[in-house]
Design a protein around this ligand. Structure first.
Ligand SMILES: Cc1ncc(COP(=O)(O)O)c(C=O)c1O
Length: 377
């Protein structure tokens, strides 16, 4: 069996986890949590970030920080994971779905301005497949209309847009370290606060609405309830795993990029004969090898190819069922025709297996099976 994902765990993760069990705090904000912050500071220049229990809760924290409330509208792509939208739906804000670009499958920045109303308060944009969306244009629109921007960079740790790291491109960046991502801690994430003014309130929101962090910093000797909040901080045991992953950053990144490039090179002839379309990488983007997608000519071909690959022991997956036409989207009253490009590409996109420890013969076998499939279906 070739799974679509498998976390890369070495002796280092086990060693740090063991050390955390024996010597560190079991709850959050122990030594490994702070070591993780040092890694992100050194590598990406990130000054203020907070580990969270998931990418989902990082997005929820952003919604709390910008005080989203019933009556507010948030512009968001439909081609994303449910968490991007649930994060503010939980606060009563309404999603306004924006269609995607046919090339990167990221939010189409040219369509955003038409969706803005007096109720619009924020844009939640997504770096799909680890390829940052057009944040210069998105930030420009947000500045013009006074909107917040939350970058859902769950898949984009280590990607760059115009030389700047994903997650640092707007007021808030949200990472995921879920098992399926490039750098993992099991379940976990982080919120990046690109403006220092949000840090103090974010620390309170993350600690059940209390100023417990100030006790740990030695600023006060007892803590109390200050704000709305929840239990958003992860155990230091999980931070220990992530710390080891960050120390293996280059190794993991290089392996993933090599596999991505191999798919990209070896699938070129099938694109030339119009059997499929390969992932599109804009020139101003440096990707992190998170995901390799192909676009098939029809949904029927995708369904048959998935079946053929499955019979060969290869797990390839459809990416997202567009949110606006999902059961929840329909219950909320959205119509499939609101996002025609999303609707179309949502039925034809296929995610191929890609993980750091995937060996070359397996990558070649997947390519061979795709070649055979698309030429004969
Ligand atoms: C775009 C996007 N946003 C948010 C999430 C949620 O992250 P997590 O699983 O860490 O909660 C994911 C995870 O798959 C994702 O792909």
């Amino acid at each position: 069996m070739i799974p679509f994902n498998k976390a890369s765990i070495s002796l280092l993760e086990k060693q740090y986890l063991n050390d955390a069990l024996e010597n560190s705090k079991l709850s959050g904000d122990g030594k490994y949590t702070f070591k993780v912050y040092e890694h992100f500071k050194k590598r990406f220049g990130i000054d203020h970030m907070l580990l969270t229990t998931s990418g989902t809760t990082a997005l929820e924290m952003a919604a709390l920080l910008i005080d989203l409330a019933p009556g507010d509208e948030v512009i968001v792509p439909s081609f994303t994971f449910s968490s991007t939208v649930n994060a503010f739906l939980l606060r009563g804000a309404k999603p306004i779905f924006c269609d995607i670009r046919p090339d990167t499958l990221n939010m189409n920045e040219l369509l955003i301005e038409n969706l803005i109303t007096p109720k619009t308060k924020a844009i939640y944009c997504v770096d799909y497949a680890g390829i940052p969306c057009e944040l210069d244009a998105i930030n420009e629109i947000a500045n013009k209309y006074g909107l917040f921007v939350v970058e859902d960079a769950a898949q984009a740790v280590g990607s760059y847009y115009n030389g700047k790291p994903a997650g640092t491109l707007s007021e808030f960046g949200c990472f995921s370290f879920h098992e399926t991502k490039n750098y993992v801690m099991g379940e976990g994430g982080a919120i990046v606060l690109n403006e220092a003014k949000y840090l103090e309130r974010a620390e309170i929101i993350r600690e059940k609405g209390t100023n417990r962090r100030n006790v740990l910093k030695g600023l006060v000797d007892k803590y109390t309830w200050h704000d709305i909040g929840s239990s958003f901080l992860p155990s230091d045991l999980l931070a220990a795993i992530l710390c080891a992953q960050m120390e293996r950053y280059d190794e993991i990144m290089e392996k993933r990029i090599n596999i991505w490039e191999k798919y990209h090179d070896m699938l070129r002839p099938l694109e030339q004969t119009e059997r499929l379309r390969r992932s599109v990488l804009p020139e101003h983007v440096k990707h992190n090898g998170h995901m390799y997608n192909i676009i098939l000519p029809t949904e029927k071909i995708r369904t048959e190819l998935i079946q053929k690959l499955k019979e060969a022991g290869i797990m390839a997956y459809i990416c997202y069922v567009p949110l606006h036409s999902s059961p929840m989207g329909r219950n909320l009253g959205y119509k499939p025709e609101t996002c025609p490009v999303t609707e179309d590409y949502g039925t034809r996109t296929l995610r191929l297996p890609l993980y750091a420890d995937m060996n070359e013969p397996d990558v070649e076998f997947v390519i061979e099976q795709i070649r055979d499939g698309v030429n004969n279906i």
